[in-house]
Design a protein around this ligand. Structure first.
Ligand SMILES: [Zn+2]
Length: 179
């Protein structure tokens, strides 16, 4: 998939995969049903757990909230409800946060429709991926996961790219003061 790609090309690829709809969600911090669900889980866990096992929240950029001691879904590295990211392991890797951030943008763009479409597309229906983490044969697979895996793979290959939460429709690689 990746052949001598420059950082500028990689950034353009990130932007084209996100597309104008998701890029428009960067910085928007719109609240959705996902946020309500995330808050509810945190609230219920706080009520039901001993003090040491209660969720611990940390704020990240662009409204993201990292939830330690949250809720785990087997077979995943974590999951995202609205702007609440529930990692399986703490501290999460940067690539995990970047992957989940794509889901944050998907929530913001489509709200509760995203949840139903995601479920309909298959909860564990991820495409296979190559040694770069690039998904292949995406036909019939969950398109939201394909999109998040693609973005994750580009950042794995080009770690110097600006974080996706810094991307707006007008940002270019030069804007970041790098070359
Ligand atoms: Zn995902």
């Amino acid at each position: 998939m990746f052949v001598n790609q420059s950082a500028g090309d990689a950034l353009e690829l990130v932007k084209s995969i996100l597309g104008p709809v998701l890029l428009a969600q960067v910085g928007r911090q719109r609240r959705t049903t996902g946020d309500l669900m995330g808050c509810t889980i945190i609230f219920l866990k706080r009520l039901s757990c001993a003090k040491h096992a209660r969720p611990v929240l940390s704020k990240l950029d662009d409204g993201l909230v990292l939830v330690a001691n949250g809720w785990r879904i087997r077979g995943t590295g974590g999951f995202t409800l609205g702007s609440y990211v529930f990692p399986h392991d703490m501290p999460p890797e940067r690539l995990f946060i970047i992957h989940e951030y794509v889901h944050v943008l998907q929530w913001r763009a489509e709200g509760v429709k995203f949840m139903w479409r995601y479920i309909r597309a298959g909860l564990w229906n991820w495409p296979p991926y190559d040694e770069d983490g690039w998904p292949y044969e995406p036909q019939g697979r969950n398109p939201y996961e394909t999109q998040a895996l693609q973005i994750e793979a580009i950042y794995r290959r080009t770690p110097g790219l600006p974080e996706p939460w810094l991307l707006g429709p007008c940002l270019t690689y030069r804007d970041m003061g790098s070359n």
